[in-house]
Write a protein that binds this ligand. Structure first.
Ligand code: MOS
Length: 742
């Protein structure tokens, strides 16, 4: 099936938030902190602006709690007294003229008395830098299995390494933006917000909390959204509150859309990471023990860091069989824009370390990288680091073999040797990564979400799928149409996908964690089944009978719709111990083996990915074009993270907040990406689907760094592997520090 909204997007007819009309409305803008940490002494409103005609909002205008509600109540809607990062929101302005508004933002001076900031999360804080608890640690997590110390004492080989990754900007196509207005009067007044977001019910909850309003007096509608990648998971809540505060003060509609430079400087980033591995093997190259320490740079506020750390530590040991595992993780404060959700959610960071380390181990052990992995990959019946027994029938060695074969690994290795010997300035290499990604929320998360989906029969006989799952370029509208049409025996045109509007759709949870097709799609199937039951139409009856029954229902019950509901139930046999971090961390996992081929120019130290193979098992592939797009997009985003994208941070602020100097991959940087799916339907996902969106972000970076190691005989342990860092490595200097916090 083709993308249902594809033509509207292709022709520019799709109305993004910046396209929405708002007659008689005002533009909003944000005044931000100039310093990474300090106390606000004074706010000066400069000359050249008629302040009497400007709407001005500060923390005193927040009617509920001055908190952006998420996990910990630490992040203010608007700074009140203290600031913790550059570009933190301090004041909001609104005016009908965008030009005057820009001048006004420049005319405000936020005077801050500086306090000592934390600029490097890896260094222990001095006493005067403490801002959270007694050590600036937002969250600690531990995983323990077996007896690690005894295993190290008995090891034939012990291999150590430290691996680091930098921050990453989402660069969604559409910047953050919200339109807010008021409907109704007095006690019936409703604040309505429409904008770019992944999670309407997160925005709804945060609005209720900050505005001090009951749920029915807040309504959130997702506008067509130009990309999210996690950047529109939690951040839009703050933008929505800001737009609503301005609309409440102005009593007029307000549109708040970030400029690209503002968006890049002021919004969340991928967590930078520092990961230390110490690994014990027996004489046969079998894993005996893994001792892993994970440190994430969380930025100035907690946001989602505890959950990102959770996924990070659970994936830190890789898809391997190891009887003794000790993982210690912590997410640490730094006075930088908060790190937040970003495709992969901690797993890309720890899997970079794990898979780069596996290659280092292979070299120490004198084994081929593929052979070391082959000996240690989980087989059915083995358990993960949390003790989750894997028994899904997927042959992970076969995935590896398929990737090696598709890449032409053996032939290319031989060819590279002679090619490299002949070339004066160029070297080629091959690198591998085997990895996994847990699908859906971690642990008991899906149970707490208690998601619901509805499928309603409309008067004309069509059905409407009602969920809070958002389309942001990944294909939700198309996939849900396929799922509902198949379940009810209808044509795609007979299925309508409701706009995610909290006044119309139930809370089916956030559009995150690779959960939409697998988990919410399954709820859509259940809602379809429930609709059939309510209509008295048997499971085997054709679509025409469903349509006829819907029409008959409307004739018999005027003004009342038949609605089927699907509610989340955990797959049987899933047990998670949140306290000890033991058990079934996810309902299921996607599995993958990726191979990168690179060419390095020794004059410029530029690394070019010249070929890429991505083999994965993601359950049943529901729409091959969309699935391949997810994989290719993830690989490209990971190429950027691995090689190109470097945040230049000075004085706690991103300095290269432009698309001219924050370099993301273009079509010039994209190799042929050969995608292969091995299908193994997951019984508890829609039509057998598992999650797919995040998996392809995990494997490419270590595969590419391993290929550079193969090409040059060096040991790159930090990304982005920019020409500067690679030159320092080859020429034997210390590696350049990883940007993102310092
Ligand atoms: Mo996400 S990074 O689970 O939107």
């Amino acid at each position: 099936m083709k993308r249902r909204e594809g033509l509207a997007k292709l022709t520019g007819r799709e109305p993004y938030v910046d396209d929405l009309p708002f007659d008689g409305g005002l533009w909003g803008a944000t005044v931000r902190s100039p310093l990474p940490r300090g106390r606000i002494r004074e706010i000066r409103f400069g000359a050249g602006v008629d302040w009497s005609e400007m709407i001005v909002v500060d923390h005193r205008d927040v009617p509920g709690r001055n908190v952006i509600k998420l996990i910990v109540d630490d992040q203010p809607v608007l700074a009140a007294g203290e600031v913790r990062h550059v570009h933190e929101a301090v004041l909001l302005l609104a005016h009908p003229s965008r030009a005057l508004l820009r001048r006004a933002v420049r005319a405000v001076e936020v005077v801050v008395d500086p306090l000592p900031p934390v600029l490097d999360y890896r260094r222990p804080p001095a006493r005067e830098q403490i801002q959270h608890g007694d050590d600036n640690v937002f969250k600690r997590l531990a995983i323990d299995k077996g007896d690690v110390d005894a295993a190290f004492a008995a090891a034939a080989h012990v291999v150590e390494g430290i691996y680091q990754t930098g921050a990453q900007e989402h660069v969604y196509l559409e910047p953050q933006g919200m339109l807010a207005w008021l409907e109704g009067e007095g006690e019936r007044e409703v604040v309505v917000v429409r904008g770019s977001m992944q999670c309407p019910y997160y925005v709804h909850e945060a609005l209720c909390y900050a505005l001090g309003r009951p749920a029915e007096r807040v309504r959130v509608i997702q506008a067509p959204t130009g990309g999210g990648f996690g950047g529109k998971e939690e951040f839009p809540s703050g933008v929505a509150i800001h737009a609503a505060l301005l609309a409440l003060k102005a009593r007029r509609p307000v549109k708040l859309v970030y400029e690209r430079g503002e968006d890049m400087a002021a919004t969340t980033k991928r967590h930078p990471s520092w990961v230390r591995h110490r690994t014990a093997f027996d004489a046969g190259g079998n894993l005996l023990a893994q001792d892993v320490e994970v440190v994430l740079d969380a930025g100035a506020y907690v946001t989602l860091s505890p959950v990102v750390l959770s996924r990070g530590v659970i994936h830190a040991a890789g898809p391997y069989r190891c009887p003794n595992v000790r993982i210690r993780g912590r997410a640490v404060l730094a006075n930088f824009v908060p790190a937040g959700a970003f495709r992969g959610f901690g797993a890309p960071q720890t899997l970079f370390a794990c898979e780069r380390h596996m290659d280092r181990c292979a070299r120490v052990l004198g084994l081929e990288p593929a052979e070391l992995r082959r000996r240690n990959l989980l087989r059915d019946g083995d358990a993960t680091a949390t003790g989750q027994r894997i028994d899904d029938g997927t042959d992970r060695e076969a995935l590896l073999d398929r990737a090696l074969k598709l890449a032409g690994w053996e032939a290319k290795r031989t060819a590279h040797r002679s090619w490299n010997a002949e070339q004066p300035f160029r070297r080629r290499g091959l690198g591998l990564a085997t990895f996994f990604h847990g699908a859906g929320f971690t642990g008991a998360g899906e149970v707490y979400l208690a998601s619901r989906a509805h499928v309603a029969g409309l008067a004309d006989g069509r059905v409407e799928v009602r969920t809070a799952a958002t389309e942001m370029g990944q294909g939700t509208i198309t996939i849900f149409t396929q799922i509902a049409a198949a379940r009810l025996g209808l044509e795609p045109e007979q299925v309508v996908i409701a706009e995610p509007d909290t006044a119309r759709v139930p809370n089916s949870g956030p559009t995150v964690a690779s959960r939409t097709a697998m988990i919410v799609g399954r709820l859509v199937e259940k809602a379809c089944d429930d609709l059939r039951r309510r209509l008295g139409v048997g499971d085997a009856a054709p679509g025409a009978a469903v349509v006829e029954a819907i029409r008959a229902w409307h004739r018999q019950h005027p003004g009342e719709e038949p609605v089927g509901e699907g509610r989340y139930e955990p797959p049987p046999g899933i047990h998670w111990d949140e306290e000890h971090y033991r058990g079934d961390a996810y309902g299921t996992y996607g599995w993958a083996a990726y191979v990168a081929e690179v060419e390095v120019d020794l004059r410029t130290y530029v690394v070019t990915v010249i070929d890429f193979v991505a083999v994965q098992e993601v359950g049943k592939v529901l729409n091959e074009t969309l699935a391949r797009g997810q994989i290719q997009g993830g690989v490209v985003q990971a190429i950027g993270w691995a090689l190109l994208e470097e945040l230049k941070v000075e004085g706690g602020a991103m300095r290269n907040n432009q698309l001219t100097n924050y370099v993301i991959p273009t079509s010039e940087d994209v190799p042929p990406i050969r995608v292969a799916f091995v299908e193994n339907p997951y019984p508890h996902g829609a039509q057998g689907a598992k999650g797919i969106g995040e998996l392809p972000m995990d494997g490419p970076a270590p595969a590419i760094a391993n290929a550079v190691a193969d090409a040059l005989g060096v040991d790159p342990c930090a990304i982005p592997l920019t020409p500067e860092r690679l030159m320092a490595l080859v020429e034997g200097e210390d590696e350049a520090p990883v940007a993102g916090a310092a």
